[in-house]
Design a protein around this ligand. Sequence first.
Ligand SMILES: Cc1ncc(COP(=O)(O)O)c(C=O)c1O
Length: 456
Amino acid sequence: MATTVQIEQVANASERYAQRVNPEWVRLLDLLHMNVRYERCVGVELFTDDGRRILDFLSGYCVHNVGHNHPEVVRALQAELERCGPAMIQTHVADLAGELAERLCARAGGRLTKAFFCSSGSEGVEAAIKFSRAHTRRAGILCAEHAFHGLTCGALSLMSDKFWSEGFGPLLTDTAAIPFGDLGALERELKSKRFAAFIVEPIQSEAGVCVPDRDYLRTAESLCRRYGTLFVLDEVQTGMYRTGPFLAAHKFGVEPDMVVLAKALSGGLVPCGAVLMSDAVCHSVYSSLPRAFVHTSTFSENSLAMRAALATLDVLENENLGQRSVEAGKYLQAKLREALREFEMVKEVRGMGLLMGIEFREPSQLRLRIPYQAFGAVHPAMFGQIVVMRLFRDSGFLTQICGNNFRVLKVAPPLVVTEPQLDEFVEAIRDVVALAHSPGAFWSEALGLARRAFRS
Ligand SMILES: Cc1ncc(COP(=O)(O)O)c(C=O)c1O
């Protein structure tokens, strides 16, 4: 149990944050009973200052592939700080960036022979937009509906869900979104020859962990080539062995012209992003001596990020975490399917490696459908958030629903997750889902949440 001093500390920290950063964020976390103070985070485990152990089954949206504070990554960062090496001099050749680029390109293979470094996924997508335009001399960018590519203006222009862009326009104008998986729509758009790139996630994460048909990406790639459009994969969530191979592209047998990486790239401690690209694309951007620095950023290639990413690659490879992702993913998927089979509100368990989603649906039984619809009318995310809240508060699991598909619960633990931890999760989600199928506690909780949410 939390002591009075601990409760006061959380309250003070939250109050200061609310006053000076973002009061609505604090309010939302309070509402969901998720405003706890983490004291120590190791591997899959997060320890709070009131003695709780939370298992992280979200991984910061696929940041913590090697687990929280992996000792090898921590050691590499400490060593980099202690050596007093060159950092952000800006007018030197960053040797660590060269080493990291070489290793990333070797693992990515195919056409990907050069790297540009940045500090976030959004920044990587911005670079990919500019590089595609430079290479093709076309302005248009094609994307898939319900994608998530980041919240800077360019990346946001590639996201069809209006929630994210409302009030922030105007954005890029020459963009179009087509249904994910629809090759007919893709070809119709590509035929216009106005698109520099088709930018797409190989598995759409925030859209609901949507895994495409086996041949979708291969055919999309060849259509792009036919019409002179670059084929660009956003692997910000799927990359770095999350789905098994180094890139999900490898699973689908495609050779993109560019790949965007971020999140797990640097082990969850230092921001880092990368755009891997072909020689031809790189040459189109950095085409002459005067254009040697035409696209760059102050924190790009910074030594801490480069060092963290090199150490992260070592951990991923030495601990064979790609294979681990495949095996643990298979195990978890089978266990979840088995445990949730009897519940009518569970539509599907799907995913690849340790990027998984549990999709819920409206129940057919009247006694459940009425509250389900009523709470959906209050807010479409209500059902999912109660599931998330109960998993967190009652069973100690951190999860979230997908940003562009509230019916899907994302399940993406660090790749170092153990079998007993997976078993614990299966039991916890089974309990919550069972509760949702009995009228009573689950739904009265939702009513309480709705009341608190709309009390100003
Ligand atoms: C697939 C994908 N692309 C790009 C981004 C943007 O990355 P960042 O938040 O680092 O800017 C995200 C963020 O969640 C993402 O999921």
